[in-house]
Write a protein that binds this ligand. Structure first.
Ligand SMILES: CC(C)(COP(=O)(O)OP(=O)(O)OC[C@H]1O[C@@H](n2cnc3c(N)ncnc32)[C@H](O)[C@@H]1OP(=O)(O)O)[C@@H](O)C(=O)NCCC(=O)NCCS
Length: 255
């Protein structure tokens, strides 16, 4: 690949020209690009929730990890071209199912418009774009979770309240991006960094858990465009807290 050719997270053919045409001049809607770290992607995301400390290297590694999962991660951004900065972003994750004839469901996540750019219909354009991708890739429904204060915003794009959203927060730190390989407490084997057993380096798991719980209250609702269903949680890489790991290792050593 030449240094000039951009690396997009997913094919640009999934971007709707109709949505692009509705943006003000000087703005472009496109897939996330590997260079977007330096274009204020995180400044934009910070308008949504805690983003943690993420180095450019971690961003690029995560980007490549997502890009290898073809047809799954669709992170869209709106860029203000003369400023070379990201002013809005939204995500569609496509879940492959076995049921309904091996159907696909789409999950909308992380919708945010930079606080200096709200009220310009960028939020609506993001949703229109993600609905376009969902249609193009064959999703039979799109689901999202939001606070009650944003329900009317999503209603304007055709989403309606369905079912009850539930959550449990696990003992995994989301405030640090530093992932280190650790020994499996069962086999005591230390994996290479390419495997999925990691401990996140932190001593503040409880604080992070409290913050996460506060920012996602029981007033969250699940919204869908089609038939009722129960939302499913996305499998995460197996992670182990330092404290739990130490306890497990001590017990192995005693035996
Ligand atoms: C919610 C958010 C994405 C909306 O983006 P935006 O670009 O300001 O919204 P738009 O300009 O596209 O608004 C489109 C319409 O929705 C309305 N709207 C926007 N946010 C609204 C809200 N919270 N409640 C009610 N209506 C809302 C607008 O008034 C507008 O109505 P109109 O078409 O009748 O004029 C933006 O406020 C944001 O980033 N908020 C912080 C992060 C967040 O909460 N994200 C959602 C996570 S689920």
């Amino acid at each position: 690949m030449s240094p000039q050719s951009p690396t997009f997270l997913f094919p640009t053919s999934l971007i709707s020209s109709a949505v692009q045409a509705q943006l003000p001049e000087g703005y472009r809607i496109r897939p996330l690009e590997i260079t977007d770290y330096s274009k204020g992607f995180y400044d934009c995301l910070a308008g949504l929730t805690v983003v943690g400390k993420v180095s450019e290297q971690s961003f690029q590694q995560t980007f490549e990890q997502m890009r290898r999962c073809e047809n799954v991660y669709h992170i869209v951004v709106i860029e203000e071209l003369d400023q070379r900065r990201i002013v809005a972003t939204g995500t569609l994750i496509v879940e492959q199912k076995f049921l309904r004839g091996c159907a696909k469901a789409g999950h909308i996540e992380d919708i945010v418009v930079h606080d200096s750019q709200r009220g310009k219909k960028f939020g609506i354009r993001l949703i229109d774009q993600l609905k376009h991708i969902g249609t193009m890739v064959g999703c039979y429904k799109l689901l999202l979770t939001c606070s009650e204060s944003n329900e009317v915003f999503y209603n304007k794009s055709g989403f309606v309240r369905k079912d009850l959203h539930m959550a449990v927060y696990l003992n995994n730190d989301t405030t640090s991006s530093v992932a280190i390989p650790v020994a499996d407490p069962i086999t005591a084997a230390t994996p290479t960094p390419s495997t999925s057993t990691y401990a996140t380096a932190s001593s503040s798991v409880t604080a992070a858990l409290g913050a996460a719980t506060n920012s996602n209250s029981i007033t969250d609702t699940t919204i869908t465009t089609t038939t009722p269903t129960t939302t499913t949680s996305t499998p995460k890489p197996r992670t182990v807290s330092i404290e739990a790991l130490s306890a497990s290792m001590e017990s192995i050593m005693v035996k």
